[in-house]
Design a protein around this ligand. Structure first.
Ligand code: PNS
Length: 176
């Protein structure tokens, strides 16, 4: 008898769904590491890109979504979306019971602790889980990548290739 397979992205009520929120401007290899580790633990990990209205953004939210979708095109557990408003509302709407955040250093802790407690107050049914990236990525941040790139420094190995290419083409470094 022939079995009809469910579509790769289909979700069951029993799925352990996590949400990994952030600005991702740009997506770094530290983010990729956390998402990959998350995908090994959860049935689905939703990369949730905040619709912030920062005028200084490098990539538009649509561009960030498109880039992340390309990077994770082969990973069926990873879903990329954007969101507006409260994270916990979006998490509930997506059926996520876990918020994943990366913790790189002690300096991240205070901000992350505040956010986790506030989210817990807003939605006690949603748990925040902290994950540490591989040691080699602990010093990478989107802000530093933007700064190093703007000043002409090399960013290869710190961001996915597609991110570097898109940054270069934005800066006019590449021939079309
Ligand atoms: O990568 P970032 O910029 O540190 O991510 C911050 C983010 C997007 C996780 C946070 O700003 C957020 O969740 N914003 C959505 C609005 C919200 O829910 N605020 C209350 C959080 S305590």
């Amino acid at each position: 008898m022939k079995h009809i397979r469910a579509p790769k992205t289909s979700a069951r009520a029993s799925d352990r769904v996590a949400i990994y929120p952030g600005s991702f401007d740009p997506l770094t290899n530290g983010h990729v590491d956390i998402i990959t580790r998350g995908a090994a633990i959860f049935d689905r990990i939703i990369v949730a890109i905040l619709h912030n209205r920062e005028k200084t953004a490098l990539f538009s939210v649509d561009e960030r979504v498109e880039i992340a979708r390309r990077v994770f095109a082969a990973e069926r557990k990873v879903v990329v979306s954007s969101f507006d408003g409260l994270l916990v509302d979006f998490a509930r709407q997506q059926g996520a019971h876990v918020i994943v955040r990366g913790l790189r250093a002690i300096s991240d802790f205070e901000y992350e602790f505040q956010m986790a407690l506030m989210n817990c107050r807003l939605a006690p049914d949603i748990e925040t889980v902290f994950m540490m990236p591989a040691e080699s990525y602990t010093y990478i941040s989107s802000r530093l990548i933007r700064e190093v790139f703007a000043l002409g420094g090399p960013i290869a190995g710190l961001v996915p290739e597609v991110v570097e290419t898109r940054m270069r083409s934005k800066a006019g470094d590449l021939q079309p």
